[in-house]
Write a protein that binds this ligand. Structure first.
Ligand code: PXG
Length: 443
């Protein structure tokens, strides 16, 4: 086998309806990726594209890691699929045990899913069933946050706060409310790391408690760092304050760590880094380095215990997926953990954070840049929208960056960066060199 790309452009692009994509624009000028290795993709026109986004925030250990692909191949050869219900296979138990070891104290159980969206749905159902199992079935309300992203299923878009993801889809779940978001550019623009101001935004939960009464509220779900709505870093003290309010009122706290998990923030999980332990943690993405779809929901002992009260031979949680704990995904997860640990990738973002922050904030002063935000190996550059054409400026930056050999993500008019954790300093320099050129030439 040679290293030369074998696949070029397919003849027919019309059949595949692409997700979250401007399909017609794409199909006029496709961006086709045909190989990947380490920090780079190869495009169908044979260019190297520096991966500034770890795929979609998932390829934390870099692309095509031999240890992971070989483990997947071995697993396929040994046990391809095993029924997920009332049956088990060894690898998934091993993975669960190793994962809970990474979790904060008191979180000792994992439930497997296939994506972040499914992890979110699972966590919301767990919260409702938990209260009901304890005789507090009146706690039916789920609270999300404005500008939150919790995937695209009905529960997730209901507690989520991205208007475009919600407005087309009817009445959503009932009994949902939202606390305010934490974005405060007037006080916090161009902050390096955690913003100084805004811990008091957590008190908005007290407003909802006063409005609905705590006895109707099951859970609050937030991302420790909101990713998809433009990277919103929690103000200092904010997450602890949310935890305190939840404790005061018997409300479960769910952290959606789908993007913050598995090293992105400089620790295995944001919960550990911010030293705030929620009752439930949702994950996916970096769990398998994006190689095989898999998600996991981690729960504190008291949540798990509430489900283990009935007769031994009755199903304790009427929920699960055909592919929950799939053996191939489990093999990928185990191999991936080995890579993370052997290469110290869980703390690498913390080591690089200073260098990353300096390089990122070096973009201040470039045309249209109105805010820059960062934490760990996450960065965001907010651009001033073109009048009456929101999102267009950032999308133009995305297209130009791709032409220049750099993959970035945009949401609204914010550019989001989240490179694989294996990135080297000179690749950080290259990333920001390309981006600087792109921003200087933007209309
Ligand atoms: N929760 C959070 C916090 C997420 O970021 C999901 C749930 C849903 O995960 P799945 O696996 O169902 O997609 C996500 C997903 C982006 C981007 O560029 C972010 C996500 C997905 C795709 C793109 O910000 N996050």
């Amino acid at each position: 086998m040679t290293d030369a790309p074998e696949t070029t452009m397919p003849n027919d692009l019309s059949a595949f309806w692409m997700p979250f994509t401007a399909n017609r624009q794409f199909k006029q000028k496709p961006r086709m990726l045909i190989r990947a290795d380490g920090m780079h993709y190869t495009s169908s026109d044979n260019r190297q594209i520096l991966d500034g986004t770890a795929g979609l925030w998932c390829v934390n250990a870099g692309h095509r890691r031999k240890e992971i692909t070989e483990a997947v191949a071995r697993q396929l050869d040994e046990l391809d699929y095993a029924p997920a219900f009332q049956m088990g296979h060894p690898r998934i138990f091993e993975l669960a045990a190793r994962l809970v070891n990474l979790m904060p104290e008191g979180i000792n159980h994992a439930f497997f899913t296939n994506s972040g969206s499914e992890s979110v749905e699972t966590s919301l159902k767990m919260a409702l069933a938990y209260h009901r199992a304890r005789g507090e079935g009146s706690r039916f309300r789920l609270i999300g946050r404005e500008r939150g992203y919790h995937g695209v299923n009905f529960g997730g878009i209901s507690v989520g706060g991205m208007v475009a993801n919600r407005k087309m889809f009817g009445t959503l779940l009932t009994g949902v409310d939202h606390i305010r978001h934490t974005h405060d550019p007037e006080r916090n623009a161009f902050t390096k790391g955690q913003p100084e101001y805004g811990a008091e935004f957590a008190d908005d939960l007290e407003r909802l408690v006063a409005l609905h009464d705590a006895s109707t509220i099951a859970a609050v779900i937030v991302e420790p760092i909101a990713g998809s709505t433009g990277v919103l870093i929690p103000p200092r003290g904010y997450l602890q304050r949310l935890r305190d309010i939840c404790d005061r009122h018997g409300i479960l706290l769910i952290f959606d760590e789908v993007i913050t998990g598995f090293g992105r923030v400089g620790a295995p999980f944001a919960s550990e880094l911010f030293d705030v332990t929620p009752d439930i943690i949702t994950t996916a993405k970096g769990l398998t380095n994006g190689v095989v779809p898999m998600g996991a929901v981690f729960v504190r002992d008291h949540v798990h215990e509430a489900f283990m009260q009935g007769p031994d031979d009755v199903i304790d949680f009427f929920h699960g997926y055909t592919y929950s704990g799939n053996p191939v995904a489990a093999a990928a997860g185990l191999a991936c953990l080995d890579v993370y640990i052997r290469e110290n990738l869980f703390t690498r973002a913390a080591e690089l954070a200073g260098y990353w922050q300096d390089a990122l904030h070096g973009l201040k002063g470039l045309p249209h840049v109105i805010d820059i935000r960062n934490f760990g190996l996450i960065g965001a550059i907010e651009l001033e929208p073109i009048a009456d054409k929101p999102t267009k400026r950032a999308f133009s930056a995305f297209l130009a960056a791709y032409d220049e050999g750099l993959m970035i993500r945009t949401t609204g008019d914010t550019i989001a960066l989240s490179p694989p954790l294996i990135i080297e300093r000179q690749e950080i320099d290259k990333l920001f060199d390309i981006l600087t050129g792109v921003l200087k030439n933007l209309d």
